[in-house]
Write a protein that binds this ligand. Structure first.
Ligand SMILES: [Zn+2]
Ligand SMILES: [Zn+2]
Length: 95
């Protein structure tokens, strides 16, 4: 007995594309919702009225999230040496 499986190539490609998520607000109807869209997109379609919506603030990608190797903080700064944790000052190594 064969296992006939239909693969949606576009869906498989979309699932491998890096995405981000965060809160978004529609500029037309002011509806707030959680949006998921490819990394680099500036707008997303409002799920209520279909017009453009924009992210409200910080976004998170669907990749593994790096945490400070010393204090486990998750936001970083970059200077001319490397990436460092603004909470404890530890330069980050190993990613
Ligand atoms: Zn809307
Ligand atoms: Zn730290």
């Amino acid at each position: 007995m064969s296992d006939n499986k239909i693969i949606d190539l576009q869906k498989a490609k979309d699932e491998r594309t890096p995405h981000l998520s965060g809160k978004a607000r529609c500029l037309t109807c002011h509806y707030d919702f959680v949006a998921v869209m490819p990394v680099g997109c500036q707008t997303v379609t409002c799920s209520k009225c279909g017009h453009d919506a924009h992210m409200l603030g910080e976004v998170v990608t669907n990749g593994d999230q790096w945490r400070c190797t010393s204090c486990r903080w998750f936001l970083f700064r970059v200077d001319r040496h490397s990436i460092y944790c603004p909470k404890c000052g530890q330069y980050q190594r190993g990613f």
